[in-house]
Design a protein around this ligand. Structure first.
Ligand code: C5P
Length: 291
């Protein structure tokens, strides 16, 4: 019997991001606070068991080597199921903007397919498959607010934060994540790592949004001065916190009032701008077949 589902794949912000050191495996050890937000891609899924596996993608955008297809293959192999799977992707999250859109889409597939096949997978296996797909994918199995460690694949839930009004500005600037890590690496030291660890813990203990730090800002702002300008504009417009997310290029501002946020929005007529709220873990799980 063919079955279908529609799921939302939410974007994320890094409310804090500290890079400690480069590990022997080449990845960087980090500490971060991830938060899901109400900007989302929509994914329609049709699933039918069949003799041979076939996975098809359609939607409002063509993405070569889509991570969703790799996620579906991995998941079907893990379940030892052959199926015909059709995805219809409505993409809203800007790509390559530090908002985790591709990772969220892939995690949405991992969460949905076992349910559609009637064959739930243990969380440990889901985590393993997610980490194979990319460092940011495991977070999207959980959603809400999380303290994230390791290369991004070790995560601990944090109680929901009260949602402020958040403005996300996504300029048409592409930042390469490996390149951003490469530029940041020479600036890391054991002494700095100690200070970062203390600051990160202080943030979590006080369960407070600000003052936030993203270690990528200095190196990425040097290459793209416009991004620093956007952050400062958000601050001047009254944002209590304004920060880059991930390795960029999106910048977000946290506002106490909707009125202030709406006024700030008018400062960026030529950029993609999104007014969003935080999505709680409960809200996240309900919208993505992941509960
Ligand atoms: O895991 P993912 O494919 O998303 O990572 C992309 C690239 O970002 C890696 O190849 C690596 O260069 C860099 N990276 C890193 N440390 C991390 C995550 C990513 O150096 N914790």
């Amino acid at each position: 019997m063919p079955v279908g589902a529609r799921v939302s794949a939410f974007a994320k912000l890094n409310l804090d991001l500290r890079v400690l050191y480069q590990r022997p495996d080449g990845y960087h050890e980090l500490r971060s606070i991830f938060q899901t937000i109400s900007l989302a891609d929509e994914i329609g899924i049709h699933f039918a068991r069949s003799r041979r596996t076939a996975i098809r993608m359609s939607g409002n955008i063509d993405i070569p080597d889509n991570l969703m297809v790799r996620a579906a293959r991995l998941c079907l192999e893990e379940m030892r199921v052959a199926a015909s799977v059709d995805f219809a992707l409505h993409k809203r999250i800007p790509m390559g903007g530090g908002l985790g859109g591709g990772s969220s889409d892939a995690a949405a597939v991992l969460r949905a397919l076992p349910k559609l096949a009637g064959q739930p997978l243990p969380v440990e296996r889901m985590m393993h498959l997610a980490a194979l797909l990319g460092s940011d994918v495991p977070f999207f199995l959980l959603g809400g607010t999380a303290a994230v460690m390791g290369r991004g694949d070790e995560l601990y839930p944090v109680p929901d934060l009260r949602s402020p009004h958040v403005l996300v500005v996504s300029p048409d600037i592409h930042v390469s994540t490996p390149e951003a890590y490469r530029l940041l690496s020479p600036r890391l030291s054991p002494e700095l790592a100690k200070i970062k660890l203390a600051g990160f813990q202080a943030r979590l203990w006080t369960h407070d949004i600000g003052p936030a730090i993203n270690d990528f800002e200095p190196v990425v702002f040097q290459q793209h001065p416009r991004l620093k300008k956007i952050r400062n504009q958000l601050r001047r417009a009254g944002a209590t916190t304004a920060l880059m997310t991930g390795s960029g290029s999106s910048i977000f501002g946290i506002f106490e009032s909707k009125r202030e946020m709406d006024a700030a929005r008018a400062l960026f007529p030529d950029d993609r701008v999104f007014a969003v709220r935080f999505v709680t873990r409960k809200g996240y799980q309900a919208a993505g077949m992941g509960g």
